[in-house]
Design a protein around this ligand. Structure first.
Ligand code: PNS
Length: 164
């Protein structure tokens, strides 16, 4: 049983994240998409909204025989991963600029918990420039999100600003 944790903020989940999950599904029997609970960061969506959105979009993508579950965690990632008996942490790397920070985290996580491997995966080139941060910026400035996030995410973002 190969279980991986795919951690992140997912605020919001993008097509790049979904691409990584689908690629990860080829390597693992189970992927736990784990949303970091970070009270210090002001988020667009609350953790419970992000959980709900992720669960909904995951219903719409091909996962093969891999089980994908959504969860949230606080504190140290490796502690959470060990509690969930995961073998690996999956992180997406889009460009060299991501690598330095990701390498630091992977090595720190290895020092804290040597039994858990970090696996870096590359998304499709189409998503190499897509990030949740830019998605929010484009959205807030009135740009189109077609092809960057699932239609459900676009709809939920529009709904959220309408409600205020
Ligand atoms: O989507 P993000 O914001 O790039 O994800 C960052 C995340 C959640 C992977 C990272 O902040 C994290 O693992 N936080 C948990 C706290 C922790 O374990 N810190 C030490 C890791 S070096």
């Amino acid at each position: 049983m190969r279980r991986a944790i795919y951690p992140g903020s997912f605020d919001p989940v993008t097509n790049g994240h979904l691409d990584i999950i689908q690629r990860g599904c080829k390597l693992f029997d189970e992927i736990i998409v784990a949303i970091l609970i970070n009270p210090e960061k002001t988020a667009f969506f609350s953790v419970s909204e992000r959980k709900e959105i992720l669960a909904d979009v995951l219903k719409e993508i091909e996962q093969g025989r891999c089980k994908v579950v959504v969860d949230s965690f606080e504190g140290l990632l490796v502690q959470y991963a060990a509690e969930r008996q995961a073998n690996a942490i999956v992180r997406g790397i889009r460009a060299i600029s991501d690598y330095e920070y990701e390498l630091q985290m992977a090595l720190m996580n290895r020092r804290l918990e040597p039994s858990i491997e970090t696996v870096f995966m590359m998304p499709a080139e189409t998503y190499s420039y897509v990030s949740s941060r830019l998605v929010k910026e484009v959205f807030q400035l009135g740009g189109e999100l077609d092809g960057l996030v699932p239609p459900l995410v676009d709809a939920r973002m529009k709904e959220k600003v309408k409600k205020g």
